[in-house]
Design a protein around this ligand. Structure first.
Ligand code: R5P
Length: 315
């Protein structure tokens, strides 16, 4: 059993870390984290962490490489300050989509990032909705993989009647994730099916497998980045006679022109979690609704600290 539980955060998502700290009833530790004028990062942990069970809350979101580097140097500082166990709470794990060598001469960056985190000195990773479950295996340390699906399911049940609802996966790769939500909502499932049109490599046909006509569709994905994938499927759903189109994604990266794309799309509302903080433009977008996963993370931290099962979080 570890005596002292400490929470620490970098700059990546301070509002989430503060919310987690409130739920856990533990203040955030005091650290200095800044960049020198030469762009090198520096960290100093101001609290004594000797023998402590430390949880570093740092999603590797925008600016991705700074967030990652800050996480690495925080781990290194904690290790050298004799923390007993270093747990990295990485609600959004960047580079997760680079998880295989599917073209010649490309890196598997998700594995490289796992190696960097482990080599820096992490003892455990706690994360949410990895792009692919198998990324857990890139680590040789325990990974507690949490899911936002139960939170989304509870939320949808609380705001709408469960009649004529269909959960839609934008592609076959996300079918398991969408099926899990459909099961919790006791509704049907549909899948977007992208095909090349004839010999033209650039022309795509988007078919929808499943019955969506006259139904409320909940497009469900792990990530909305540029918004391109989701909006394309939303348009296809509209063409197939969907009555209403909602979308839910765990990680709202919303890069580039994603917000404008969303505004002009048939998606009425986009539900995302707070794994990634929203800038002002995104906060002001009336289509975006953010759900908090802070309580789930706080519960996970408290249970892991006392070596209890976290299965309750999957219900
Ligand atoms: C793909 O496999 C992912 O689940 C997302 O659908 C995709 O990465 C989202 O990217 P974008 O919003 O840029 O289309």
């Amino acid at each position: 059993m570890f005596s002292k539980l400490k929470l620490i955060t970098g700059h990546a998502n301070r509002p989430l870390a503060e919310e987690v700290a409130r739920h856990a009833g533990i203040p955030l530790g005091d650290i200095d984290l800044f960049k020198f004028s030469n762009d090198e990062s520096f960290v100093k942990i101001n609290d004594n962490v000797r023998g402590a069970d430390v949880y570093v809350i740092q999603p590797t979101c925008y600016p991705v490489n700074d967030s990652l580097m800050d996480l690495l140097i925080i781990i290194d500082a904690l290790k050298r300050a004799s923390a007993q166990r270093i747990n990295c709470v990485i609600p959004y794990y960047a580079y997760a989509r680079s998880d295989k060598k599917d073209q010649p001469r490309v890196p598997i960056t998700a594995k490289l990032v796992a190696d960097l985190i482990t080599t820096a000195g992490a003892d455990r990773v706690i994360t949410v909705d990895l792009h692919a479950d198998q990324i857990q295996g890139f680590f040789n340390i325990p990974v507690d993989h949490l899911y936002a699906t139960p939170s989304f399911a509870r939320y949808f049940k609380s705001i709408m009647q469960m009649e004529d609802i269909v959960v839609v996966s934008p592609d076959s790769g996300g079918a398991n994730r969408a099926r899990a939500l459909a099961k919790r909502l006791s509704c049907s499932l549909a899948i977007g099916d992208k095909r090349r049109s004839g010999n033209d490599d650039n022309a795509e046909l988007l078919n929808i497998i499943g019955d969506v006509a006259g139904k409320t569709c909940i497009l469900f994905d792990d990530i909305i980045d540029t918004g391109g994938s989701l909006v394309k499927v939303a348009k296809a759903l509209e063409e197939h006679g969907a009555k209403k189109i909602l979308a839910a994604c765990t990680h709202g990266i919303l890069s580039g022109k994603a917000v404008q794309l969303l505004e002009s799309s048939p998606i009425e509302k986009l539900f995302i979690t707070n794994t990634i903080p929203l800038d002002e433009e995104k906060q002001n977008c009336s289509k975006i609704v953010q759900l908090s996963i802070a309580e789930m993370l706080a519960m996970a931290i408290k249970k892991i600290h006392i070596e209890e099962s976290i299965s309750i979080l999957f219900r």
